[in-house]
Design a binder for this molecule. Structure first.
Ligand SMILES: [Cu+2]
Length: 212
């Protein structure tokens, strides 16, 4: 008798509380999965999960009797898109992890900077490490400094001169470009060949000018 009373009193509180906990847990777990997979896949997984819940609930509603096995069936149907999502997430950690949006500099990195083009500098790096110029012609290159430090461009005839930072031997020495500024350099006509260029302030920022 006493036991029965004890059992009945907390139930109206326990059931909604437990339900809330389960909903919160599922929501958090679901959001973890969706956040860790690519946006397009997340949309598909979320829609598939939602559709599965509706379909499973619809099928169950047409049954005459509710059995405990029906709930398990429903759970399996509802959860398999989530399992696919988890698999995508696990694969994604190995494959796309960090490479997509975070560290890489923007589009300029794609090809060489050509005459009249723009070389960007950011995070103590030139966005591209190659400049391509026509032989025997003067050319202009714009240095766009998107960094918090000043940069410039020096072109040397040989790697030895570049390593020695031999200013006197430089084929070209560009003025310093302040953070957030851009300056268009007028480069002298160069003979065919490959010439190292670097930032005189940060000699680790390097690239190659190919003249052809
Ligand atoms: Cu620099």
């Amino acid at each position: 008798m006493v036991g029965e009373v004890r059992f009945k009193v907390p139930l109206p509180i326990l059931i909604p509380a437990a339900t809330l906990l389960v909903i919160a847990g599922v929501t958090i777990a679901m959001s973890r999965v969706l956040l860790s997979i690519p946006a397009e896949a997340a949309t598909v997984v979320a829609l598939a999960t939602a559709a599965n819940i509706l379909i499973a609930a619809g099928l169950l509603a047409h049954r005459k009797r509710m059995e405990s096995t029906s709930l398990i069936e429903m759970g399996v149907i509802v959860l398999y898109p989530l399992v696919i999502g988890v698999v995508i997430a696990l694969l994604g950690i190995g494959g796309a992890g960090g490479s997509s949006e975070t560290s890489e500099p923007p589009a300029q990195a794609a090809g060489p900077v050509e005459a009249g083009g723009t070389l960007s500098a950011e995070a103590l790096q030139f966005a591209g490490d190659s400049i391509e110029l026509p032989a025997g012609e003067k050319a202009e290159i714009t240095l766009d400094n998107a960094d918090t430090a000043p940069h410039n461009v020096y072109i040397f005839e040989t790697a030895e001169d570049a390593d020695a930072l031999a200013d006197d031997a430089a084929l070209f020495g560009g003025e310093d470009v302040a953070p957030g500024e851009s300056v268009t350099y007028s480069l002298p006509a160069l003979d065919k060949g490959e010439y190292p260029f670097l930032c005189r302030i940060h000699p680790a920022m390097r690239g190659v000018v190919t003249v052809k």
